[in-house]
Design a protein around this ligand. Structure first.
Ligand SMILES: Cc1cc2nc3c(=O)[nH]c(=O)nc-3n(C[C@H](O)[C@H](O)[C@H](O)COP(=O)(O)OP(=O)(O)OC[C@H]3O[C@@H](n4cnc5c(N)ncnc54)[C@H](O)[C@@H]3O)c2cc1C
Length: 364
C-alpha cells in the first residue's frame, strides 16, 4: 500500500486527503493545527468541486448563499453605489463559508471514509535517500518515511523549497475582521460588497458559523498605503468600517513564473504550489477544485508519475492565467489616480459583461 505523507494541516491538507477517500492508501497528515478565522467566498467552481470531494454530506448545510454583488466607491464618509449584480439572474450560485466549518467538514469527510494518521509536529527537512524512497525529518528529530509527499505547507513551507529552490516571494499587507452586528444591511440583503476607497479596497460579506451569522471584512491597502504606519488610523477614521476590530495579516505572491510543482514524488499543493493575489477570491476555491481534479486522476490513472505530470501541467496552465487576471483586477481596485474614470467604467459595466467575466473565471 502506498504511503502518502501530507505536510500541513489546513485547507489544502484536508482537501488533498479527500482526494484519496476511495483508494487503498496509507495517509499521514503532519503539521500543527492553525487557528482558523473568518470566512471565504465559495464561487460556483469551488461549490461544485466541494460536492465532488465530499462522500456523504450535504455541502448546503455549511454554506450561506450570497445573492447580490454590490460595488461602491467610498469617499469622505459617503457611499456611492456604482453597480449591482444579481447572481441568480444568470443562474450562478454564490456562497460564503466559514473557514472553521469548511475545514471541519473536510476532516469529518476524510475520517468517515479512511483511516488516517495525524502527527502534531513540524517538518524541518525532506531527504531523498534513493529513487522512490523519501524521508521527512520532524522538529523532534524523528524520521518518517514515505513513498509520496504532498506539500500543503503554504507559501513559506519546506516542500516549496525542496521542489523549486529559492523563490522570490512578495509579501503584501491585508487586514481582516469579523462583526456580528445583526442590523447590518449586508446581512439582510445577502450581499457581497466591494468598496473602493482612497486607501485601498474593502470586501465584506455575511457568513454563518455554528448557527450564528457574522460579517467577514477584508481590507487591502493600495500601493501607497502598503506597510504604512498610518493605515490603521486611516481605517479607524472611515466611519463605515471604524467599528471593526481589524487584525493585521499578510498574503504572499510568488514572483517567479510557475514551471513545475513536483520533483522526486513530492507534489506541491495549494499555496505551496501557487499563490496569486486574492482579488478574484479564487486561491482557496482553486484548492478545492484541484482536490476534485486530483481525486479524478487518482481514481482513473494507474501510475503516480502520470497523475503528477497531468496534475502539474493542467493546474500550472490555469494558475498562470488566473494570476495575470487577478493582478490586473488588483491594480484596477487599488488605483489612486483616475479613480473617476475607473468608477465610471464600473458603473457602465453591463450585467452580461460581468456574467461573461465570472463565467470565464469559474467555468473555463
Ligand atoms: C485576504 C485574503 C482573502 C482570501 N479570501 C479568499 C476567498 O474569499 N476565497 C478563496 O477561495 N480563497 C481566499 N483566500 C485564499 C485562501 O485563504 C488560501 O489560499 C488558503 O487558506 C491556503 O491554504 P493552504 O492550506 O494551502 O495554506 P495555509 O493556510 O498557509 O496552511 C499551511 C499549513 O501548513 C502548516 N505548515 C507550514 N510549515 C510547516 C512545516 N514545516 N511542517 C508542517 N506543517 C507546516 C501550517 O501550520 C498550516 O497548517 C484569501 C486569502 C487572503 C490572503
Amino acid at each position: 500500500m502506498k504511503k502518502i505523507l501530507i505536510i500541513g494541516n489546513s485547507l489544502s491538507a484536508w482537501s488533498v486527503a479527500s482526494a484519496f477517500i476511495n483508494k487503498k492508501v496509507n495517509i499521514t497528515i503532519i503539521g500543527k493545527k492553525n487557528n482558523t478565522f473568518g470566512a471565504q467566498q465559495l464561487s460556483p467552481n469551488g461549490f461544485r468541486a466541494l460536492k465532488k470531494i465530499i462522500q456523504n454530506g450535504d455541502v448546503k448545510n455549511i454554506v450561506y448563499e450570497i445573492i447580490k454583488f454590490q460595488i461602491n466607491s467610498y469617499n469622505n464618509n459617503e457611499t456611492k453605489n456604482l453597480k449591482n449584480f444579481y447572481f441568480n439572474e444568470f443562474d450562478l450560485k454564490y456562497f460564503s463559508v466559514s473557514r472553521e466549518m469548511l475545514i471541519n467538514f473536510l476532516i469529518k469527510n476524510v475520517k468517515n471514509n479512511i483511516q488516517i494518521n495525524e502527527i502534531d509536529k513540524s517538518c524541518v527537512g525532506i531527504i531523498h535517500r534513493e529513487p522512490g524512497k523519501l524521508e521527512v525529518l520532524t522538529d523532534n528529530n524523528e524520521y518518517i518515511s514515505a513513498d509520496i509527499i504532498i506539500g500543503c505547507d503554504g507559501v513559506n513551507g519546506i516542500t516549496r523549497k525542496y521542489v523549486c529552490g529559492t523563490t522570490n516571494i512578495v509579501k503584501k499587507q491585508v487586514f481582516r475582521g469579523i462583526s456580528n452586528d445583526k442590523k447590518k444591511i449586508l446581512l439582510n440583503q445577502k450581499t457581497l460588497e466591494l468598496n473602493f476607497s482612497i486607501y485601498g479596497h474593502f470586501v465584506s460579506y455575511p457568513f454563518v458559523n455554528n448557527n450564528k451569522t457574522y460579517i467577514n471584512y477584508v481590507f487591502i491597502p493600495n500601493r501607497l498605503f502598503q506597510n504604512s504606519n498610518e493605515i490603521l488610523d486611516k481605517l479607524k477614521s472611515i466611519s463605515k468600517f471604524s467599528q471593526i476590530d481589524w487584525n493585521d495579516g499578510h498574503f504572499y505572491i510568488y514572483e517567479d513564473e510557475i514551471q513545475t510543482i513536483h520533483k522526486n514524488n513530492v507534489l506541491l499543493f495549494g499555496d505551496a504550489g501557487f499563490s496569486f493575489e486574492p482579488h478574484l477570491a479564487q486561491v482557496g476555491n482553486n484548492i478545492i477544485e484541484d482536490a476534485s481534479y486530483l481525486k479524478f486522476l487518482v481514481e482513473n490513472t494507474n501510475s503516480y508519475d502520470e497523475i503528477f505530470e497531468n496534475f502539474s501541467r493542467n493546474t500550472c496552465e490555469k494558475k498562470r492565467k488566473l494570476k495575470s487576471i487577478s493582478n490586473i483586477v488588483g491594480i484596477t481596485f487599488g488605483i489612486s489616480t483616475l479613480t473617476k474614470l475607473r468608477n465610471s467604467l464600473v458603473s457602465n459595466f453591463s450585467d452580461q459583461l460581468m456574467s461573461n467575466f465570472f463565467k470565464k473565471i469559474w467555468y473555463d
